[in-house]
Design a protein around this ligand. Structure first.
Ligand SMILES: Nc1ncnc2c1ncn2[C@@H]1O[C@H](COP(=O)(O)OP(=O)(O)OP(=O)(O)O)[C@@H](O)[C@H]1O
Ligand SMILES: [Mg+2]
Length: 422
C-alpha cells in the first residue's frame, strides 16, 4: 500500500476482536457467532442471529420479531430460509400461512401442510386449552386466556368493542360449557349464549331472559363461524389424528385469503397453534410461531389486542413470535395519535425487540421514525434499500444486512414464478 506521496507504508492489520475499537462507528462488533447465518453485514462481516442466544446473553429481553416490507422485498424469503436454517439446531417452527406458500418448505422437511377450507375435512378448535407456562416468569392463567380470545373473536366479528354486559354473557357461556372438564367449542358457546343456564344468570344477579338478551348479538355474530359462510373450520373439536410431532407445522389458509374475515380466521388459527404448541412443545423447547401477512390480524382492533397479549406470554413457553407486515403504518393505521390502536402498536413493538425493516416509501418511514426509534440517517436510508437488504434493529443496535439465499434454497423462496411467466 502507498501513501499519497507515493511512499510504501505497511498495510494496517487488526484482529476482528479489535476492529470495532479501531474503527468506532464504522465496524460493529456484530451479534456474535452463535445462531444461524442470515447474510452479509453491509458494513463488513457476516450477520448471525438467534433470538434465544441473544436473550440468554441479555442483548434482547424478548425473542419476538417483526418483519416490515413493501410487497416483494423478501420478507417471506427471509422467514422461510431462517426457519430452514434453524432446523439444524433442532428448533421447531409453526407457521400461519395465508398465501399457501410454505408448501415447498414443508416438503423439504417431509411434512404436509394442514390445509383449511370452508366445509373441508379438518377442524381446529381455537378454544383448545393452553398449557400453563413456566411458573414465575409472567402471570399466566390459561382459563383467562380462553375468555380473552373468545371476547376478541366476538368483538372482531361485531367490529366494535364488547359492552360490559356482552362480555359477561360471553364469559358465563364459556364457563358453563367448561363444566365437567369438557373442552369448550364455539358451537357449544353459541348454544350456551342462546340458552343460558339459570345458574349463569344468578351468578350476576339477573334473569335468564335478560342474560339471553345481553348475549344475543355476540351469539348471532359468532354463529357465522359455526353455521354461516365460515363454517367447517373452527366449529368443533379438533380433528383427531393431526400429526403435530414433526419439526414444522404449516396451517395453509390460502382458501380463505380472499375472505373479508381473513383477520378473524387467522386469529382462530394462531390461537389454536399457540395452544397446541404449548402442549406439544413443553415449556423447555424453543420454537418459532410465524404469522406471515399479519397485517390482516392487526387490521382488527379486537384480535390485535389479543395478539399483543399472547405475545407477552410467549417467554413463559419458550416461543419466539415472528410477524410479517407490509407497511410500518399497518401498526397504526386504524387509529389517531394517542388512540388505543397506537398504544397497541407501541405495546407490540416493545414486545418485539428485533425489527427487520425492508424498503418502505419515504412518507411511511418518516411517520414511523419515532415509534421505531429510527435515526435521521436510517429514515433516509430505508426507502433506498434494494430487494433482500434490510435494516435490522436488535435491541438498541442497528445493522444493515443483505439476506443471502443459497442455491439449494432458491426453490423455497421463489414467489416470482407467475411474474416471470415460468
Ligand atoms: N435475499 C434475496 N436474494 C435474492 N432474491 C430474493 C431475496 N429475497 C427475496 N428474493 C426474491 O424476491 C421475490 C419476492 O420475495 P418474497 O416473496 O419473499 O417477498 P415478500 O416481501 O414476502 O412479498 P409479499 O409482500 O408479496 O408477500 C421472490 O421470488 C424471491 O425469490
Ligand atoms: Mg410474503
Amino acid at each position: 500500500m502507498r501513501d499519497r506521496a507515493g511512499f510504501k507504508v505497511p498495510a494496517h492489520a487488526v484482529t476482528t476482536r479489535n476492529l470495532g475499537a479501531a474503527y468506532p462507528l464504522v465496524a460493529e462488533a456484530g451479534l456474535g457467532h452463535r445462531g444461524v447465518l442470515i447474510g452479509h453485514d453491509l458494513l463488513g462481516g457476516s450477520f448471525v442471529y438467534d433470538p434465544f442466544e441473544l436473550y440468554a446473553s441479555g442483548v434482547v429481553s424478548n425473542p419476538n420479531m417483526i418483519v416490515f416490507g413493501q410487497i416483494g422485498r423478501g420478507k417471506s424469503s427471509l422467514l422461510k430460509t431462517y426457519l430452514w436454517r434453524q432446523a439444524v439446531f433442532g428448533r421447531r417452527a409453526w407457521v400461519v400461512d395465508p398465501k399457501g406458500e410454505y408448501a415447498a418448505l414443508a416438503e423439504l422437511w417431509g411434512v404436509r401442510p394442514v390445509a383449511l377450507r370452508p366445509g373441508g375435512t379438518i377442524r381446529l378448535n381455537p378454544l383448545d386449552p393452553v398449557a400453563p407456562g413456566r411458573a414465575g416468569l409472567v402471570p399466566d392463567d390459561p382459563a383467562r386466556r380462553q375468555c380473552e380470545l373468545l371476547a376478541s373473536l366476538a368483538s372482531a366479528c361485531l367490529n366494535r368493542p364488547l359492552l360490559p354486559r356482552e362480555r359477561a354473557a360471553a364469559d358465563l357461556a364459556l364457563v358453563s360449557t367448561r363444566s365437567g372438564g369438557v373442552v369448550p367449542t364455539l358451537p357449544a358457546v353459541v348454544a350456551a349464549l342462546l340458552d343460558p343456564a339459570e345458574e349463569s344468570a344468578s351468578r350476576i344477579r339477573t334473569e335468564r331472559a335478560r342474560l339471553l338478551e345481553d348475549g344475543r348479538d355476540v351469539a348471532l355474530e359468532l354463529r357465522r363461524l359455526v353455521d354461516g359462510d365460515l363454517r367447517g373450520m373452527f366449529d368443533g373439536p379438533t380433528t383427531e389424528g393431526l400429526d403435530l410431532s414433526g419439526p414444522l407445522v404449516v396451517l395453509d389458509l390460502s382458501a380463505l385469503y380472499a375472505s373479508g374475515a381473513l383477520g378473524v380466521l387467522m386469529a382462530c388459527a394462531t390461537a389454536w397453534l399457540q395452544a397446541a404448541l404449548t402442549r406439544e412443545g413443553g415449556p423447555s423447547s424453543h420454537a418459532f410461531l410465524v404469522v406471515d401477512e399479519a397485517w390482516a390480524i392487526l387490521a382488527n382492533l379486537g384480535v390485535a389486542r389479543w395478539l399483543q397479549a399472547s405475545w407477552k406470554l410467549s417467554r413463559a413457553h419458550g416461543v419466539a413470535n415472528v410477524a410479517a407486515l407490509h407497511r410500518l403504518s399497518d401498526l397504526t393505521s386504524v387509529g389517531a395519535a394517542g388512540s388505543e390502536q397506537v398504544g397497541l402498536a407501541e405495546g407490540l413493538l416493545s414486545d418485539s425487540e428485533t425489527l427487520v425493516i425492508y424498503a418502505q416509501p419515504p412518507g411511511e418511514v418518516a411517520k414511523a421514525a419515532e415509534l421505531l426509534s429510527l435515526s435521521g440517517t436510517e429514515v433516509e436510508l430505508v426507502p433506498q434499500l434494494a430487494r433482500g437488504v434490510a435494516l435490522w434493529k436488535v435491541g438498541r443496535r442497528s445493522f444493515l444486512v443483505r439476506h443471502v439465499v443459497g442455491a439449494t434454497e432458491r426453490a423455497l423462496v421463489d414467489t416470482d414464478r407467475a411474474m416471470a411467466g415460468r
